[in-house]
Design a binder for this molecule. Structure first.
Ligand code: SF4
Ligand code: FES
Length: 247
């Protein structure tokens, strides 16, 4: 395939950015989107130009590092991560726009890289469970109902990529936050800190400049792990419960 890429280039956090056009040729439909960008970068390096900076790590859909807005869609046209998006999703001759996540909570770093440490700070505020040290407890003493185990597991598949934030017109982090609240709230280990957790994490979410949720659903549509909107429902329920128990 021969393609035209329009890529956001920005030298640094405070530099003026702009879209720059690059042709790429001989792209195999079996390449991942990031491998296609590797081909572009090799050609830029050969010409003595600065390669395009973008984030990636596992390239297996696990780590959540890859984060590109492709043709205006977070992670592109398929329900998957950017690293698992293959070029067969595009056609010969296409023009593809590639931009970074854009959200007040994700300040730009360079080109396609943004700083997503705000998500880490939301986790640090309360996305954990405290456990006693000592010998591991007998597993059968801590029984979990199958529906709860399944729901906790599904919510735990959130990889913290931030696509939900990038896709939301309000740049809200509620799907991410709801996934963490649901994951821990479904398990017995998560109960003792449940009320405090939701308040602490919500406060940090707001302090990081994420926006509010209007139930538009763009987040769930963009999520590569198909985290459902009902985790936001769970988040709201836990928050209301925390208010009642504080009275
Ligand atoms: S909820 Fe989905 S889109 Fe949002 S951070 Fe988690 S995996 Fe990414
Ligand atoms: S690079 Fe790890 S999920 Fe894409």
């Amino acid at each position: 395939m021969n393609l035209t890429l329009q890529i956001w280039r920005q030298d640094g956090p405070n530099a003026q950015g702009s879209m720059v056009t690059y042709p790429v040729s001989d792209i195999s439909e079996d390449m991942s989107f990031l491998e296609m960008l590797d081909v572009l970068n090799e050609s830029l390096i050969e010409k003595g130009e600065e390669p395009v900076a973008f984030d990636s790590d596992c390239r297996e859909g696990i780590c959540g590092m890859c984060s590109l807005m492709i043709n205006g869609q977070a992670h592109g046209p398929e329900v998957t991560t950017t690293c698992q998006l293959h070029m067969r999703s595009f056609s010969d001759g296409d023009t593809i726009t590639v931009e970074p996540w854009r959200a007040a909570a994700f300040p730009p770093v360079r080109d396609l890289i943004v700083d997503r440490s705000a998500l880490d700070r939301v986790i640090q505020a309360g996305g954990y469970v405290s456990v006693n040290t000592g010998a591991a407890p007998e597993a059968n003493n801590l029984q979990v109902r199958k529906p709860s185990a399944d729901r906790a597991f599904d919510a735990a598949t959130c990889i913290g990529c931030g696509a939900c934030v990038a896709a939301c017109p309000n740049a809200s982090g509620m799907l991410f936050l709801g996934a963490k609240i649901t994951h821990l709230g479904e398990l017995p280990q998560g109960q003792s800190q449940r009320s405090a957790r939701v308040v602490k994490m919500l406060n940090q979410h707001d302090a990081e400049d994420f926006g509010g949720c209007q139930n538009l659903g763009e987040c769930a549509a963009a999520c590569p792990k198909e985290i459902p909107l009902d985790v936001i429902n769970q988040l709201n329920q836990d928050f209301l419960h925390s208010k009642k128990s504080a009275r």
